[in-house]
Write a protein of this length. Structure first.
Length: 357
């Protein structure tokens, strides 16, 4: 019998999509297709190119996640190209379909076991990659709240006043940075493994830890950069606020288990942009934000998803062809002769030598 959670999380995710899309429709129902087209047309070409470069930076950092985990495991025989394709495919699929429905562990298991890794090694790799992402979220989120504790006030319509209070926000920021600092100390001073129920977290070597502290922020900075470059200058609050809004929107979307964060990400991001509905240009401003978010979805989610499907099909086709060729090759090899007592080859040869011609 399957666990209830296997059915519960997909239901919660789909429910989050329905509710978020309904609320989002309430905010965007006044938009017209003409306004949205105008918002896309207003984005300069070089901003599209910068958004594309930001996408490449984000996915390069995600590939580095896998490489760091492999170095932690002492695995160095797998090339960068294979690791990059595996990481790209994993995240492109899980970001769109949802980790609760299609875990990246399955893609990595199929790929890395073909290179000789065991199931336990793949499990450690998946856990370390997830932890690296969480580490980057804590590091950048803590920095944003300490740098500007008024950022959470942008979500005062969605969060309790206690959380949006600048003092509380700054304390939360220091707590997040403190958690990262504790992880750094644990790695340097070789703390004992942290045990959470049946899960044990081994502190990596300092070299691995330092790589994590570079790769994790790099991925999030690249992803946030897509929206930053797609927003018009008149509406762009600056990179730090955009980064903070992105982190909040992306975290809520992941927590909702909604496939691709559909509706959830847009709802939180639009609310955090604090567009005044009384402003005569409110509709145009909303159209510009929606256009930026759609570009993010196109560059970071949809295009990689399409490429990932092709990569998976080609990989599975090569695995199937390899399996069929090995089976055919084994069928061409004659079966070894039956060996029974008294019929060993050496005994037969001795008897033939004693037989007169």
């Amino acid at each position: 019998m399957k666990k209830i959670s296997e059915f519960l999380w997909p239901i919660i995710g789909l429910g989050a999509v329905v509710v978020s899309c309904y609320l989002l429709y309430g905010q965007l129902k006044t938009l017209s297709w003409v306004q949205l087209q105008a918002a896309f047309a207003a984005i300069p070409l070089h901003h599209f190119l910068l958004a594309a470069v930001s996408t490449l930076v984000a996915y390069a950092a995600l590939a580095w996640y896998d490489r760091i985990a492999l170095i932690h495991l002492g695995v160095r025989h797998i090339g960068w190209l294979f690791v990059s394709l595996c990481s790209f495919t994993t995240y492109a699929l899980s970001h769109n379909i949802g980790a609760s429905v299609f875990s990246g562990a399955l893609v990595r298991y199929r790929a890395y076991t073909s290179k000789g890794l065991s199931t336990a090694q793949v499990a450690v790799l998946v856990a370390l990659c997830s932890f690296t992402f969480g580490l980057g979220t804590l590091l950048l989120g803590g920095f944003c709240l300490v740098y500007d504790p008024y950022l959470l006030a942008r979500l005062d319509t969605m969060l309790p006043s206690l959380l949006t209070n600048p003092t509380t926000a700054r304390i939360a920021g220091f707590a997040m940075l403190g958690a990262v600092g504790l992880y750094v100390l644990g790695s340097i001073l070789h703390f004992k493994p942290l045990t959470i129920r049946s899960f044990k977290v081994e502190y990596p070597r300092p070299g691995i830890m330092l790589r994590q502290l570079v790769a994790a922020p790099m991925e999030l900075l690249g992803a946030a950069g897509i929206i930053y470059f797609a927003l018009p200058d008149s509406l762009n609050p600056g990179f730090i606020p955009v980064l903070a809004i992105f982190l909040a929107s992306f975290s809520v979307a992941l927590a909702s288990h909604a496939p691709g964060g559909l509706g959830v990400f847009e709802l939180v991001f639009l609310a955090a942009m604090q567009i005044n509905p009384e402003d005569p240009s409110a509709a145009a401003q909303k159209a510009a934000v929606v256009a930026a978010v759609l570009i993010f979805r196109l560059f970071y989610l949809l295009l990689p998803f399409a490429v990932a499907i092709v990569v998976v099909l080609l990989f599975e086709r090569s695995r199937l062809a390899g399996a069929l060729s090995s089976r055919k090759g084994s069928a061409d090899v004659p079966e070894p002769p039956l060996v029974a007592p008294g019929l060993e080859p050496e005994e037969i040869e001795r008897r033939l030598e004693k037989t007169p011609v």
